[in-house]
Design a protein around this ligand. Structure first.
Ligand SMILES: [Zn+2]
Length: 275
């Protein structure tokens, strides 16, 4: 039996797989974001229930944190404040009595989309999730591309001396397109904004961020996921992108994510097959 999970700021998704390719049973439980011990206890308990006595051969999961180099400890996070600087990997390996492979949750979701979702058959995939903030990952030949510090496309500067980002920087991509900032700057939740002039402006900023990501990452396809994309017209994104991305006569496809909330679990299965 294989175990995969996806721990976000709100929910933990935990699933088993018999063949390492398909998901068997999935459970969703609320994440104890401020309490690491409680979180690990709940994860272990749920895993044991799902496995019903069968031995776990390997475990893989995404967590909404930035990891240290060997992906064993969270160094910082915007969501799981109680989980930083705790022996994440070590505790899970000992509790589940199995090798555990951890990855940042956005990178894991991108790996899932690239290998089992909207990126199937493409060699170089850029995955961006336009949500409360903006995250992303570059996947090359079905693997998360090598990186030294992780990928942070949401914190590219798109406006000089622009509005403040929660990271402390100014003019960052996510501070113009991320749902949290839409709420801050337009005084209503992203999904409640009906003024098309606002969405038009947001879509233009999105096109700038995509332009920059495409010229640096050179992808075959760009996959866009995340809640904010539900309010944005993909045709408009492509049209504004065409205006700014003048260097490539044949720009990459821009496509919506396919796997929704399960992307991270499929990414975790893929990571298992690579270890
Ligand atoms: Zn930032």
């Amino acid at each position: 039996m294989y175990l995969v999970f996806d721990i976000g700021g709100t929910n933990m998704r935990i699933a088993t797989s018999s063949d390492g390719k398909t998901l068997k049973e999935t459970r969703i439980v609320p994440t104890p974001a401020d309490d690491f011990e409680q979180g690990i206890k709940l994860l272990t308990q749920t895993a044991n229930e799902l496995c019903a006595g069968e031995k776990i051969e390997a475990v893989s999961g995404g967590i909404a944190v930035v990891f240290n180099k060997d992906k064993s400890i969270a160094t910082h996070t915007s969501h799981l404040h109680g989980w930083v600087n705790k022996p994440l990997k070590e505790t899970l390996q000992s509790n589940l009595n199995s090798p555990v492979h951890l990855e940042n949750d956005t990178a894991m979701a991108g790996l899932g989309e690239a290998t089992s979702g909207a990126g199937i058959g493409k060699s170089i995939v850029a995955y961006l999730t336009i949500s409360t903030g903006i995250g992303g990952v570059r996947v090359v030949d079905q693997k998360i591309d090598k990186n030294s510090l992780g990928f942070e496309p949401g914190h590219q500067i798109i406006v000089i001396d622009g509005v403040l980002c929660h990271c402390g920087g100014k003019g960052h991509f996510e501070a113009y397109v991320g749902g949290y900032y839409l709420g801050r700057d337009y005084h209503q939740k992203g999904q409640d904004i009906t003024d098309q002039a606002i969405w038009d402006k947001v879509t233009k900023y999105l096109a700038i961020g995509l332009n920059n990501t495409i010229v640096h990452w050179s992808p075959d396809v760009v996959i866009l996921g995340g809640a904010v994309m539900k309010s944005i017209s993909l045709d408009k994104v492509k049209s504004y992108l065409k205006d700014v991305l003048t260097i490539f006569p044949n720009p990459p496809d821009i496509v919506p994510a396919k796997l929704g909330d399960l992307a991270g679990l499929y990414g975790a299965l893929q990571l298992l097959s690579q270890n």
